[in-house]
Design a protein around this ligand. Sequence first.
Ligand code: NAD
Ligand code: IPM
Ligand code: MN
Length: 359
Amino acid sequence: MPKHYRIAVIPGDGIGPEVVREAVRVLDRVAAQEGFTLERTPYPFGAEHYLKTKEIFPDSAFDEIARHDAILLGAIGDPRIEVGLLEFGIIARLRFGLDLYVNLRPVRLYAEHLCPLKGKGPEHVDFVVVRENTEDAYAGMRGFFKKGTPDEVATQEIIFTRKGVERVIRYAFELARSRGRARKLTLVDKANAVRAMDLWTRTFAEVGAEYPDITREHNYIDAACMYVVKNPEWFDTVVTSNMFGDIFTDLAAMIQGGMGIAASGNIHPGRVSLFEPVHGSAPDIARQGKANPLAMVLSGALMLEHLGHRPEAQRLSRAVEEQVRSGARTPDLVPLLGGPASTTEQVGNELLARVSAAP
Ligand code: NAD
Ligand code: IPM
Ligand code: MN
């Protein structure tokens, strides 16, 4: 096991730098305890850098970042800047450029009170969403015709490739197997209306034949949104397309305690991968010490797991679990857990103490 990892860090915009600051403190502590080091290279990309320099994400920096062992990203997006410019110039650039075809989004309830659903506890909410991360409407095949006129036409193509669909479905079957729980994989699509999704239906059946030990299930996305609220315990591993996965995981985040908890990894197995929370830059609460750092910390745990440090990742998630059960909390969790509210830094301090004390 290597003793030294090189981590590219992009704190980004809004609450990004605030949550990254806490996450790296905690990650450094875990690493020190286990006898490895995380050497960080910070990168300034995001809104302030763009406003100062008009630079979004130069090729040279992309190439340099690609040579790291992993990437941590806070959040990108700023209301002063053209919609989507930085999000696509930075996040999507990394996802597509590094071919990070899996967006892994675990949905786990760490404490009963975090769940707004009546009668649902940690035993009912423990599944993982595998979101395809390189295709769909996100591929950027779009255009405007007669823009700004009454006859305007706007298009954006949804694209799916056999290769792209097959590899993410295969990853999800392997994950369903390795989780070793319900051994169940649910395909979520909209093949009844978006007929191009027949490619998903067929590929799921074909690849699934190689996994006779995994039960195959299917939900249309509209029904999946209903079931995830009605019976979240029905899900174990979910595989879905890029845009449905985006939407479904914000909804799923709410049954595990909200955007402040939900973590994600943008993964290409065996290659440099990117870890970031599901949430965005939350400009409404930026620079007020209100941001919940736990989603970023849990994304860091996913990074540790990707680097081969699963026991350390599990130790970190147990510390987060204790934190939400009995520790300080940021204002987003106060309606669920009760008061008083603490700051981002206070939660970071306590978590650091918990990690240090844990065996
Ligand atoms: P958002 O996720 O930033 O915020 C949605 C709501 O959740 C807000 O009320 C916010 O205060 C709350 N929230 C989010 N993270 C939180 C945290 N850690 N602690 C406490 N509360 C938290 O979504 P949005 O408002 O739709 O987007 C804001 C900007 O972020 C936009 O520019 C968008 O494009 C961008 N964005 C970026 C990413 C990313 O970097 N991966 C993801 C989503 C959105
Ligand atoms: C996410 C975000 C991004 C997405 C945006 C910022 C482009 O919402 O990571 O979930 O849609 O993938
Ligand atoms: Mn999203």
